[in-house]
Design a protein around this ligand. Structure first.
Ligand code: MN
Length: 704
């Protein structure tokens, strides 16, 4: 049993005493949170996180990783929330624990190979801080070590997941020791019989090989000594899982696998590596074409070594790896080796910097070796992703470019889905089709049989597939068809007011046609059918004012110049809750009394409108807007005499009007000013904010 005292003792060997004390505090916190919980084995739950921390301490990981490891299950399994952790242990550790919890929540479905690859990519992509992955791997390793108490079917499922998902991640990160153990444990739980048979065979072979192994070892050691080279010579044995894989894929037979003798020689310097190579080539003849120089050209995960194969005594093949101690650490621990806690680090060198360093080192190695563009591409995708991964309703993972919207997703699923999508549920809540998607979201597209692509989508889709499909559709729609579609859309929109297109009085129709510059109603219908005009807005313009705007007193008259595309003759209001200004991304809401109300699309009230998707419309600012728009600004200042006057002057300097200001005092030292300003657009507002910021009394400025 590994106890907290053992862990602390281990940590004292490489961490500062204060850091170890913090680890102990985390233990007290974790033990309290998990109090009363037990593992299947009956042990108190806290033993598990301690064991996970131990695995990471063996790799000499920094204290934040160790603390996060101790707390890694508290968000998932106890009432503790992220904020509790950040209060106690700081933002970094809270982020790490939260990251691990998020990975834990991913539902795995590892049937198809493609799917497994996507999950691996997604796990890496979701992780800003690679330490999250290291903790998750250690967590998995300990769970694999303690699988014994589980039901056989559950065991197999976890083993499968380990082999499909975690082993390749460990391998990509170069963490060989951990990878091998995961493989062996996974193999054992997946195929207990095969494991038993192979391990019996290996035991036998080991007996037979003993003599020849020690003979070769002695020969190499003696020769190194004669040449004044200092190095460790270690006999290596193949692992069961790799033997199994070799036999399964018929690369070699069992006896072929056992007939290979493998050694590793670890020396002090790179120069020593090449000299050692000379020595062994001199001792036994090398097999032609088998020498590989991974020191000059490292493997994609940073692995470095010299590999060669020799003709041994009695003609047995001997595989030899030669490397320095440093290369050996990297070969065993991969990325974790670069994450090791180092005493005497320069002040200000943070963990994050160290991870970047690892990346840079590898990139540089690759560059100097002039090799493997593909690797650099892979690394970029995995660690600094331009891609996001989202789930379909069936749990399939789709890869999308960053910034992709629900419409892009719909087209990625199928052209027909894109062409007929009308709404989207993101994480089971309705959202506008233009909503950009995020990693790990669950996306469900809602389609309708008569729905058509909307040209307004072209303004926000980012994938070539969506764009070309929407264009293609619009190009091919025939005039008659457009009129037809326009008619249907108009009748639907007018039904809200209890009327139909053909019942609109002639006088009113002609007035609108003239306003839009059309000669015949068909032209208007075609325009609606092609999506250039929104049916709801045209309908508003066609019905008598008193029907459309029963409570017109609620709003101010619409702006004399057009601010929102396609709203000719409509009452347009800007929501008072979020004060959108030109340049903001916006969404329109059709209100029964106030025409169309424009909200900032992040406005908290927009959430309430989700319940009425039929009432929102995608709206856009006109290209050139003249006029002034109200915006709410909150400015926090330190309480000094005259600060309001100074800030008011800054605002006036930039040509904006102050419509209203309210002050609240906060804790004596600071006060908050809530301004309503009139500005031209976002750019104008940005200038004003910069100008206010230049004032030393200002602590914080935020839009409301
Ligand atoms: Mn765990």
């Amino acid at each position: 049993m590994f106890l907290i005292s053992d862990l602390c003792e281990m940590l004292e060997s490489y961490l500062e005493h204060d850091q170890v004390k913090e680890v102990y505090n985390a233990y007290l916190f974790g033990a309290e949170a998990h109090k009363g919980q037990h593992r299947l084995s009956g042990e108190p739950y806290i033993y598990h996180p301690i064991a996970v921390a131990q695995i990471l301490a063996e790799q000499r990981m920094d204290h934040k990783t160790i603390i996060a490891a101790i707390l890694h299950d508290v968000i998932e399994d106890t009432p503790t929330i992220k904020e509790n952790i950040s209060e106690m242990f700081g933002e970094d550790i809270a982020e790490l624990v939260d990251g691990v919890s998020k990975l834990t929540q991913i539902q795995f479905e590892t049937k198809a190979e493609q799917q497994a690859e996507n999950i691996r990519k997604m796990m890496l992509a979701m992780t800003r801080d690679i330490r999250v992955i290291l903790i998750k791997l250690a967590d998995r390793l300990h769970n694999m070590r303690t699988l014994g108490h589980m039901r056989p079917d559950k065991k197999r499922r976890i083993a499968r997941e380990t082999l499909d998902i975690y082993v390749p991640i460990a391998s990509r990160l170069g963490m060989n020791t951990l990878r091998v153990e995961l493989e062996e444990l996974g193999f054992k739980s997946m195929y207990p019989m095969r494991y038993a048979v192979l391990s019996e065979a290996l035991k036998k072979a080991r007996g037979n090989r003993k003599e020849i192994v020690s003979k070769i070892e002695t020969a190499i050691k003696r020769r190194l000594f004669q040449e004044d080279l200092i190095g460790d010579v270690i006999g290596r044995e193949k692992h069961l899982y790799s033997i199994y894989e070799k036999i399964k894929t018929r690369v070699s037979s069992l006896s072929e696998v056992f007939d290979v003798y493998a050694f590793r020689i670890v020396v002090d310097t790179v120069d020593g590596c090449y000299r050692t190579l000379g020595v062994v080539h001199n001792l036994y003849k090398p097999v032609p074409g088998k020498f590989k120089d991974y020191i000059a050209i490292p493997k994609t995960n940073g692995y470095q070594s010299l590999h060669t194969v020799l003709f041994g005594p009695y003609g047995v093949p001997i595989e030899v790896q030669i490397r320095t101690r440093e290369m050996h650490t990297v070969a065993e621990n991969g990325i974790a080796a670069h994450w090791r806690y180092k005493t005497g680090d320069a002040v200000g060198s943070t963990d994050h910097v160290r991870a970047r360093e690892w990346l840079r080192n590898i990139l540089e190695m690759q560059k100097s070796a002039g090799d493997s563009l593909e690797f650099i591409e892979n690394l970029k995708i995995d660690l600094f992703p331009d891609e996001i991964y989202v789930f379909t309703p069936k749990g399939k993972i789709m890869e999308m470019p960053r910034g992709a919207t629900a419409v892009d997703f719909a087209y990625a699923v199928h052209t027909d889905i894109g062409n007929s999508c009308v709404a989207v549920k993101i994480d089971r809540r309705l959202a506008p089709l233009r909503t950009p998607l995020w990693n790990g979201q669950h996306v469900e597209i809602i389609t309708a049989p008569n729905a058509r692509p909307n040209p307004a989508w072209l303004n926000f889709v980012i994938t070539a597939k969506a764009r070309s499909n929407i264009r293609h559709f619009l190009k091919n729609i025939q005039h008659d068809e457009a009129v037809n579609l326009g008619q249907r859309l108009m009748d639907k929109a007018l039904a809200v007011f209890g009327t139909e297109f053909k019942d609109i009085p002639k006088r009113r129709m002609n007035k609108l046609l003239k306003q839009y510059g059309f000669k015949k109603p068909e032209e208007l219908l075609a325009d609606v059918g092609l999506g250039s005009r929104m049916a709801q807005l045209v309908a508003r313009a066609l019905v008598p004012e008193e029907t459309a705007m029963t409570e017109s007193s609620a709003g101010e008259p619409g702006s004399p110049t057009l601010t929102i595309k396609g709203t000719e003759g409509m009452l347009v209001n800007f929501a008072k809750c979020c004060h959108p200004i030109p340049g903001d991304s916006i969404v329109g809401f059709l209100s029964s009394g106030r025409g169309i109300v424009v909200h900032h699309d992040t406005c908290k009230n927009v959430g309430d409108f989700r319940k009425h998707p039929e009432k929102w419309i995608d709206v856009q600012w006109e290209e050139e807007i003249k006029g002034e728009f109200q915006v709410a600004l909150r400015v926090d200042v330190s309480n000094q005499r005259g600060s309001l006057a100074t800030i008011a002057a800054s605002i006036a300097d930039k040509g904006a009007n102050i419509e209203n200001v309210e002050m609240e005092e906060r804790e004596g030292k600071y006060s908050t000013m809530n301004f309503i300003l009139s500005v031209r657009d976002r750019q104008h507002l940005a200038q004003i904010i910069r100008h206010i910021h230049a004032n030393r009394k200002v602590m914080r400025i935020a839009r409301k």
